[in-house]
Ligand binder design. Sequence first.
Ligand SMILES: Cc1cc2nc3c(=O)[nH]c(=O)nc-3n(C[C@H](O)[C@H](O)[C@H](O)COP(=O)(O)OP(=O)(O)OC[C@H]3O[C@@H](n4cnc5c(N)ncnc54)[C@H](O)[C@@H]3O)c2cc1C
Length: 423
Amino acid sequence: MSESFVVALALEGQLRLDDQPALHQAVAVARQQGASQGQDLSLVPGKLIVLACRPQGQHLRGPHQRRLAAQALASLQTRLAAESIPLLHFPQHNTAAALQLLAPLVQPQVVLHCRESRLFDDWPLARESFPRVFAEFRRGLGQAPKPPLPLPDLGGLGGLRLEGAWGWREPTGIDAAAEAAGDSAGERGATDPRSAFPFAGDEASGLARLSHYCLESDGLHQYKEHRNGLVGTEFSSKFSPYLALGSLSVRRIWQTVLDYQALHGADEGSEWMKQELLWREFFLWTAQRHGASFGAPGGLQNRRSDAIEDRELFERWCRGRCGHPLIDAQLNELRTTGYLSNRGRQWVASHFINELRLPWTWGARFFEWWLIDAQPALNTGNWAYLAGVGNDPRSFNGPPRRFDLERQVRLYDPDQMHRRRWS
Ligand SMILES: Cc1cc2nc3c(=O)[nH]c(=O)nc-3n(C[C@H](O)[C@H](O)[C@H](O)COP(=O)(O)OP(=O)(O)OC[C@H]3O[C@@H](n4cnc5c(N)ncnc54)[C@H](O)[C@@H]3O)c2cc1C
């Protein structure tokens, strides 16, 4: 058993080092420990270990998101190894259970937990009267997000010797064949040249994408105009997979948009991006406010459902064979690559709810498995919104909004480029 003072940082699904308040705290506690022992700080601070466990209540990741998560973890492990800081991976256990497993090797004196990356640390508006409508949320915000934190100096915090635990990975208990089949779907998605998300999931790739989209290309400037596109890497930012994995901080994105605005002025593209990041925030806090009712069939509005539980139709739909060529093409793209444009997601969900009349929670569950950026609060929030049981004010006194698919195609895929690509 180690004699050192050990600080454990539990990532809790936040797979980055940038803008991690808990990492700063961990570093401060470890260095302080050196000081309180009256020793030379630079020589004998406490030791840091990093735990990558399954966050409490985390959904089971589908093949595409699992592939990105593996990339993000491998890269973190390499970066921490350069400082001799061990990263221990427990895909099946939460932090408390992992600490018990580790107890014979090491018992950290302090455990600090990372939090999901949000623009605001605490309720941005009063919890009790949290608005149901996005416009009210946006208008009511009285505070600006805090700037992101830089990477702390990790020098001297590594070197804890954990016999046999270096880069240790818990043996997985879930069905290995199912996992292998899922992983091969993930691999195929990575190499499909049609993918709108051909990027890796690690922190460096997220920061590179951020810089490319906001500062080096015209992406942010043209965001409002292009965001309803369907094909290619540049019609939208593609930040969502990084946000879902916590390999990019939303405050870092916000700050980069502000940096862009300082250089070029606050144009429509950059203002619209801020609005979309606020949508993300709105759904995260709304999910926290309402708990289980947020994802229940009747949603926040506690509405009676008239959906039809047709399992055969649902299974055909899952295989991308519902018979509507536009929808089948979208589903084909989703299953092959894990990414789907926002417009595509809206069409698929609207068709599922209004034309097929299937229960929206089934569609949401399917998305959660296949999406490379699956994030339950955002997925549920958007599905419930379109099903007319969530935050859409139009649905409070009427039916859900319905997309006229023929009209939508004329507007957004007039040359049928998407359909031809994914049929
Ligand atoms: C049925 C349905 C399910 C969805 N499920 C998810 C999901 O599981 N995970 C997820 O991240 N997004 C989800 N979205 C929201 C949105 O489609 C994606 O965030 C977006 O398409 C991701 O691509 P991007 O990063 O290029 O987006 P951009 O258009 O570049 O937007 C930038 C960021 O703003 C946020 N954002 C944009 N649109 C929305 C929105 N409608 N709701 C909340 N935040 C938004 C995201 O964080 C996104 O990364 C869903 C939308 C629908 C209609």
